[in-house]
Design a binder for this molecule. Structure first.
Ligand SMILES: C[S@@+](CC[C@H](N)C(=O)[O-])C[C@H]1O[C@@H](n2cnc3c(N)ncnc32)[C@H](O)[C@@H]1O
Length: 311
């Protein structure tokens, strides 16, 4: 990717956040993203044999922090027969992290709300971790995107699912309060972290946009926290690294609701801790437990993930 234009304000912000590492960050923003596939274990029962077969045709490299995902040298995995059969999902490696950060298991006792679910990368991944047991309510405010969600749920063999179209910026009905054991808020965001696959992201970028999104994200997390049971887990994630859309949203949640930040422990994942000061404002020290995934650290997209527990 040759002549990508980095806005000067973007550059200044990341100089502040990263110091000397800003150069390598900007270099990685210009590097094409490695293709990554997730093996859909809802359909593929013998993963060893499946991988053996793929390995004969393509160069595969295990994603170090996810046992069922691989980088692949295929230029367009969407043309692979395995994709048409719903056996692989094309998903960036960093986008695998939020479902892994939740406390999901295959035992079937979780009632999960996926607040911003379409087109369903993480919903289908959560269903696979849960082995199609328990129940996921997959929600999205966009009717068009819900069509893609339905398509993916069907293609990937997801059975433990209910789909809803609640606008999470508006107050949710009280009958939905304190209902879910786990919630994923994979919030709409400025997508800074996806610049390696979509260079248009930076032509739409402005600090005004980040501040606008931050207001929206605070409304969404507030409503999601209301829906979470006491002692339940909420993972908040974005594919951006802007503090306004990340630490400032979590700081708002910590200051206004009964939630605390939990440590996220994922083996073989290189992370940087959340920041506790931005634009001259002190934020909660607990934000250090949030994780920032910079593109240069694991050769992925950029991502931000936080795990909250309702107390
Ligand atoms: C980052 S995308 C979600 C990606 C999805 N989790 C996945 O892994 O495939 C954010 C989603 O939030 C939805 N959204 C935006 N505003 C919303 C709102 N107020 N309530 C619910 N969903 C919303 C968008 O339609 C979009 O599908």
């Amino acid at each position: 990717m040759g002549d990508i234009v980095i806005p000067s304000e973007f550059n200044e912000r990341y100089s502040k956040l990263l110091g000397e590492d800003n150069k390598i960050f900007l270099d990685f923003c210009k590097k094409p993203l490695k293709k990554c596939i997730r093996i859909n274990t809802l359909k593929v029962k013998n993963t060893d044999k499946f991988i053996e077969n793929l390995d004969e045709r393509y160069k595969l490299e295990k994603v170090p922090f996810c046992p069922y995902a691989y980088f692949i040298d295929h230029l367009n995995p969407g043309k692979m027969p395995e994709y048409f059969f719903g056996e692989i999902y094309i998903q960036d490696a960093a986008s695998l992290i939020p479902p892994i950060a939740l406390n999901l298991n295959p035992d079937g006792d979780e009632f999960v709300f996926d607040a911003c679910a379409a087109p369903g990368s993480k919903t289908t991944q959560m269903a696979q971790i849960m082995n199609n047991k328990g129940c996921i309510v997959a929600n999205d405010a966009s009717n068009d995107r819900i069509k893609a969600l339905f398509f993916n749920l069907e293609s990937y063999g997801v059975m433990n699912i209910i789909v809803t179209g609640i606008n999470m910026e508006r107050p949710v009905p009280e009958k939905l309060y304190n209902k879910f054991t786990q919630i994923l808020v994979d919030a709409p965001c400025s997508c800074e972290g996806t610049v390696r696959k979509d260079r248009k992201v930076l032509s739409r970028w402005s600090v005004r946009l980040l501040n606008f999104l931050s207001v929206q994200q605070k409304k969404i997390i507030k409503n999601a926290i209301n829906m979470l049971k006491k002692d339940g887990i909420l993972v908040y994630s974005t594919c951006t690294l802007a503090p306004e859309e990340n630490e400032e949203v979590i700081d708002y949640a910590l200051g206004n609701f009964d939630v605390e930040v939990e440590e996220i422990e994922i083996k073989n994942l290189k992370i940087r801790e959340g920041i506790t000061e931005w634009n001259g404002n002190d934020l909660s020290k607990d934000l250090k437990k949030c994780i920032r995934i910079y593109p240069q650290d694991n050769d992925t997209e950029g991502f931000f993930v936080t795990k909250l527990r309702k107390i």
